[in-house]
Design a protein around this ligand. Sequence first.
Ligand code: ZN
Length: 407
Amino acid sequence: MRTPLAAVCVALSLCFAASASAATTQGGEPHTVKPEGGALDLISSSFGQRSRELEIVYRSAEPITPQLLAEVNGGQICTIFEQASLTARAVCVTRADGKWRIVSRGERLEGSVSQPRESELRLRFEPAEAKLKVGLADVYVKATAAGCSAQQAKAAKITWSGAKIISAAVLARPCEHRLPRVGSYGARVWDVVTTGCKRSGAGQVSRGPSGSKQVALTYDDGPSSYTPAFLRELRKLGVPATFFIVGQLVSANASVVRAMLREGNMVANHSWNHADLGGGGAGASTQLRETNAAIRRATGFTPCLFRPPYGSTGADLVSRANQQGMTSVLWSVDPLDWRTPGTGSIVSTVVGQTQGGGIILSHDGGGPRSQTLAALPQIVRALKGRGYKFVTLTDLLGYAERISLVK
Ligand code: ZN
């Protein structure tokens, strides 16, 4: 479900979490300290989780300029995470090549840095990027202004005698600050569970945005005895697919459905028993509802996509699907694989007809599917060779995930 959107966020723009994540937040209360003067004088920090990302906010008494954090001169603000059974990990923000960077152990992390106001920096990154574990962490912050020397690092020690300064050995203002001054704050890395997806836009679609170089593989009528082989092949190829599954097959194949989601595929609704629901009516609503309930029982995930069996659809059915939070999805490429026309025919139809935003229909259940399976790697290699990227249908349509944070 992830796109590297966050990585394109640049300095001075207010970047939000990747659009594919619903806003779910925990923590983030600011800890404040009194200013102690000098360069990069942080007065508060906070550690929270926003959707899949940890969010760290630093506020300073004065503007945080690119010069103060210049990497070449050693400028950085680091949060040091101490977690049980792990060696301490520092996640630092610095400035190089005209951009804010998040760095840990000398490596650049994917993430975003924004500066909503001059005196504030906001970092977001996925905990796994910094190799942090789910659970509690002791954290403290060390801010070092660029060019800070060991002598300057300490606060100026001024000795007074009467009204006269007798020693001002270090006149420079401090350029290194620690939050808290002593000890550490408590923070938590949350586990993220995907609980569903959120439809938007048209009530029924048969393709994604045509300008894109993305395409979606979809498989209907499973799970079947062929499905594990499809999952293995997808894993080997490193591409996801979207499975429109039949509700009454879910409970007997719950572990396969869980594997679909765990491996980055999308799970969607293909009715309870593959009935023709084109006429709509209350019975159609029941088919959709019971299928989603079975999927939710097996996986904790609620689909937001429905494909009408036989492509048989109508205004009433579409509106019933929409009422249950699902978009009705048809297709733009149909190799008629269920007729077992031969692997070569399946491959040439798909490769010949697929364009950007394409939704490719195939079947992993409902009959012999070895031709469809054999076609999969050939289709992926051919379309990748033309510059297409395979994504889940929800990603193709730009839908958001629903997630929840758990301890
Ligand atoms: Zn079907």
